[in-house]
Write a protein that binds this ligand. Sequence first.
Ligand SMILES: [Zn+2]
Length: 270
Amino acid sequence: KFAVRKSKTKLLDIGINVGPTGSLNPYAVLLPVDVNGVMVKRATLHNEDYINTKDLRIGDQVIVERAGDVIPKVVDSVVEERNGSEIPFKFPSVCPSCLYKVVRLEGESTVICLNVSCPARLERSIEHFVSKVAMDIQGMGPRIVRILIENNLINNLPDIFQLKINDLIILDGMGQKKAENLVKAINDSKTRPFSNFLVALGIPYLGIESAAILANHFAYMENLVKGTHDELLSLPSIGDKIAQSIIDYFANESNLGTVNALNELGVGIG
Ligand SMILES: [Zn+2]
């Protein structure tokens, strides 16, 4: 066990990182402080409830804790030292990256951005989209995904299906043969089962088993989009959490635009 060390410093601001699944992760911006020999200027705040429960306000003197190599965290505010200038933090209602309205699913502590084309989420959502359980596009590992995004060849999921051999051969480490294979793998993925396509979209809580049940019941994307909460709940192994997640996903215009664009390219119609 590592010794837990604590120091006191000022909470200068609260920032938000958008994680790969779209979760909005708050962090503390601190007046740099020495905690057991390490200068700490950022610390995790976990989520909205954590900030509210601890009543952390911008300008507060706070206690920062660091145990071993674990990311430092703010564990308390020193209420006695307040002078009235401290500002309570209001958790953002829109994603700091794409400005879409964020949601907090019932019973969850995490606020998430559901926009599939959110720049902060793009890289990881594409990695998920092409993965084995999803569209299973061979030859499109994380390194290639990053290169494609950096070269502006992919800005959203539909862009994957617009890639041309000539776009690809100029990329570092690609070459004619690999480029041809990748374009072929992308085209072949258009015939993936509807259930795998649903998984590929990255709808929170939707795994392959529930996706298979949805695919079996609705058969086509246009039917699923029109599915009501009650209809979803009537299906085996679709609980309230997944049902609401699906409703929220298709209620988002950006997501709907992505799905429609993919459908028009012959992808994931059902
Ligand atoms: Zn976003």
